[in-house]
Design a protein around this ligand. Sequence first.
Ligand SMILES: *[C@@H]1O[C@H](CO)[C@@H](O)[C@H](O)[C@H]1NC(C)=O
Length: 311
Amino acid sequence: MIKNNQTLFNQFLLLGLPIPAEHQQLFFALFLSMYLTTILGNLIIIILIRLDSHLHTPMYLFLSNLSFSDLCFSSVTMPKLLQNMQSQDTSITYAGCLTQMYFFVLFGGLEIFLLVVMAYDRYVAICLPLHYTSIMSLKLCVCLVLLSWVISILNSMLHTLLLARLSFCEDNMIRHFFCDMSALLKLACSDIYINELMIFILGGPLMVIPFLLIVMSYVQIIFSILKASSTRAIYKVFSTCGSHLTVVSLFYGTIIGLYLCPSANNFTAKEASIAIMYTVVTPMLNPFIYSLRNRDIKEALINVLIKKIPL
Ligand SMILES: *[C@@H]1O[C@H](CO)[C@@H](O)[C@H](O)[C@H]1NC(C)=O
């Protein structure tokens, strides 16, 4: 009997997406192409920024970090989802599940902090242009990126360790398509008070403070645009900040959508589509939002393609 229970603890089953069987192949093709686009788009951004020395400025180094984070973030969930859509066996080991959760929380957090750092960079560039090079030194850039990593790692490690001390019972069906923290907590037999408390204590500030910092930066930017007299300056500011604002709204829009969703016990089509939004769609769109509206990136791409800068 004990042995039987033990095997149950060792693996979970992932419910997957609520898609009718006849549409599985269509959605598989859709998600596979979205995932490949994410990988390709973000890799191109990283390589372009690395190759072109005009793009070795704080803004693009942060963008390259964001692309790396996007790439990892969608690689945490998509390969497993795609594999599960093709096979009957949707099991995931206990260790695999905690690993997936750890990296999901890590890269999700990193994404948020990088968006804050990018907003701060734009704030300094537009509101304090004369001091930009002295404030945004390479040292500060490296510090900001390192700090983002450290906070994300500590936050994710804490949640994973707290989850690892829980015990799980007969029901091992995770009602999600990846090992989502809240879906896992619903399966726990032991007391999850501490876990929920930490999510509340850390999750609030780690979500809300970055959001307020981003809003503050852009409010300052908008005020300084209103003071600027030439329409050309206004246009220039909007063209660089517009893409940042699009990414921020996409990311926070889906998070807010998630929290406005009532947390029912079942995994509905609405919850699934929101989860798909932040695991696949946002990381896929980020490189396009930046490169389609950005002349520097377009020029770098043309330079690489035409002048064939050696790799
Ligand atoms: C991330 O940003 C740091 C600091 O600006 C930079 O040194 C590093 O090359 C970037 N990493 C990537 C992968 O772009």
